[in-house]
Design a protein around this ligand. Structure first.
Ligand code: ARG
Length: 581
């Protein structure tokens, strides 16, 4: 799509081309150096060199030859050494950007660059009969945000939850249930009990060959479709999903498909056959199917000597299925950094087997989660945080903040806001920096109403909504509405603080494109934070409701656009924007 800053860039290029001094191919525009009061720069070095001229002189001559038309987005054109700098025309910028936001509404910032292409994003993928811990929370939150961003760019998207619902370990789980019975109750507690008896029997089978044999037998029965084994296994899947689904809902997580590992159970033989046929794998003396020296990667198995398949075999079958089913241009896996080697092996195998001829396979990994003392959370150390507890604590702490800031709100409304703020804080903490970096669960920072946090941005958004409500009430009291002609006064918005906000709004589309291209949620988070800060400066310097009529109308137009854009930015991250706080 063509947004205001795209038009500006095109106008700058045209203006340079129109001088007839620089061939099109040599016109490269960039961001100006910091502290230069301009919005685009043309560094004249390369063109000057090609043309055999002095760069500073060329810049001077171009500046002299360019006179932007009155209705152009180009304002002042200045020269600093070899740089030709172009400032935006403040009178034109405000109406152009604000009209765009008002016109596109919830779609402002969205794009069509991905049209005609399909991207599959796989995230969350927790394990059945296990609680979701902070590592899974990271893939869930990062994955959903990347999905939202990619979708906003116009790609056809599929979100898939590759549930860990298959494998040898289920033999032990079923054995444990046979001996200990199904845990009572539901939710995280019941799943925790399953984990506990699983751990107990994992230890017992190490010492007791008969029990080990029994676990194997359960595993085999499950694979062969024995009804009792299937029923128990299905019960585990159901219990896990009914525990996770409400938590997903709280975080705004949604999947188009939940094709767990078991879905690929009958799709692996072709992978094994093809690898053997093409000489990528061989069958060893004991009957195992081995892949050796594939792109210098460590050796791995596709089938064990007892004919069982492996996690990796299922992942290879998954690529084949996705390719055949969706013909995606990209498959994005949002998974823990510890699985990096696994994915290098899967991707190399899939490419060699010709499964992903048209698809780029991308592993997006992420760093660990630390507690507030900087200690990595770990089940072994006993400081692990599980999903349910994390969300409940976020809610409770947010509720305490809301009770303090807005005691006048009704109980129900404070609950609603606490949920939006609590979930927002958890989500933002996962997304505001490069996902490769580790994050810290530091509640005070996460819930701070000042600084780089979700509540601060949500609060700045709510302030916009509250001003708009008050303006509406005042105008209704006077029996008139200004909303209709607000747009006419947008050209008055040339105060630096007004322009600061408007330039931020203008940058959202570019932020979305960059976030999508780099799989970088922090680009959107930074945009949200910078916008909230620009807004704070605007509120400090520019009265809205008390301004004289025309200025007030223009500023209300700006405030409404900012509320919309902030809502959109937060929405891409999966964060709600409450109307009041
Ligand atoms: N279930 C796995 C785990 O919890 C993650 C699955 C990642 N996705 C995949 N296609 N292998 O470790």
């Amino acid at each position: 799509m063509n947004y205001t800053l795209d038009t500006f860039r095109a106008e700058v290029r045209q203006a340079i081309a129109a001088t007839g001094r620089v061939p099109e191919a040599l016109i490269e525009v960039t961001a100006p150096k910091p502290n230069i009061p301009a919005d685009l720069a043309f560094p004249a070095f390369r063109a000057a060199k090609e043309l055999g001229l002095n760069p500073a002189q060329l810049a001077q001559e171009l500046a002299a030859a360019i006179t932007p038309a009155g209705d152009s987005l180009i304002g002042q054109v200045t020269v600093a050494g070899p740089f030709l700098n172009f400032a935006l025309n403040p009178h034109k910028l405000a109406p152009a950007v604000l009209d765009e936001v008002h016109h596109l509404g919830k779609r402002y910032g969205h794009d069509d660059t991905g049209q005609g292409q399909t991207v599959l994003v796989e995230y969350s993928s927790p394990n059945v009969a296990k609680r979701m811990h902070v590592g899974h929370i990271r893939t869930t939150i990062i994955g959903q945000a990347l999905f939202n961003i990619i979708q906003a760019l116009g790609y056809k998207t599929i979100s898939d939850n590759h549930l860990g619902d298959w494998g040898k370990q289920f033999g032990v789980t079923l054995l444990a249930i046979e001996h200990e019975g199904k845990p009572a109750g539901a939710g995280e507690l019941a799943v925790a009990q399953l984990e506990e008896i699983y751990a107990k029997y994992s230890n017992l089978i190490k010492e007791d060959p008969a029990l080990d044999e029994a676990a194997r037998a359960w595993s085999l029965r499950l694979e062969q479709g024995d009804p009792q084994a299937r029923e128990l296994w299905q019960w585990c899947v159901g219990l896990t999903m009914s525990y996770i689904s409400p938590l997903y809902a709280r975080l705004g997580i949604h999947f188009d498909t939940v094709h767990g590992e078991s879905f690929y159970e009958d799709k692996m033989q072709p992978v094994i056959d093809a690898a053997l046929e093409q000489g990528i794998a061989y069958r060893d003396a004991k009957g195992a199917v081995v892949v050796e020296e594939l792109e210098k990667l460590p050796t791995f198995l596709l089938q064990r000597s007892d004919s069982g398949t492996l996690y990796l075999t299922r992942d290879a079958a998954t690529v084949a299925f996705r390719e055949a089913e969706y013909q995606p241009t990209k498959i994005v896996y949002v998974v823990d950094a510890r699985q990096e080697l696994h994915f290098r092996q899967v991707f190399a195998l899939a490419k060699r087997l010709g499964y992903a001829a048209g698809a780029e396979l991308i592993h997006i990994s992420f760093g660990v989660v630390n507690d507030q003392h900087g200690e990595p959370l770990s089940t072994r150390k006993g400081n692990m945080i599980f999903l349910q507890a994390l969300l409940d604590e976020a809610h409770a702490r947010a509720r305490a903040v809301v009770d303090k800031t807005s005691p006048e709100f009704s109980e129900a409304e404070r609950e609603r806001i606490a949920e939006a703020v609590g979930m927002g804080a958890v989500i933002y903490n996962d997304l505001y920096q490069d996902s490769k970096r580790s994050i810290t669960i530091d509640w005070d920072k996460m819930l701070a109403l000042e600084g780089n946090s979700a509540p601060y941005i949500q609060y700045m958004h709510a302030r916009c909504r509250s001003i708009l409500r008050k303006a509406g009430e005042e105008e209704a009291g006077l029996g008139r509405s200004h909303t209709a002609d607000q747009a006419e006064y947008a050209a008055l918005l040339i105060h630096p603080a007004e322009q600061g906000v408007i330039k931020q709004l203008a940058k959202l589309p570019e932020a979305v494109r960059e976030a999508g291209a780099r799989y970088a949620t922090f680009v959107i988070a930074e945009w949200c934070y910078e916008t909230a800060r620009a807004l704070a400066a605007f509120y400090r310097d520019c009265p809205v409701l008390k301004a004289e009529a025309e200025r007030r109308a223009g500023r209300l137009y700006l405030v409404a656009a900012t509320a919309q854009a902030l809502e959109n930015g937060l929405g891409l991250l999966g964060i709600k924007a409450p109307e009041r706080m």
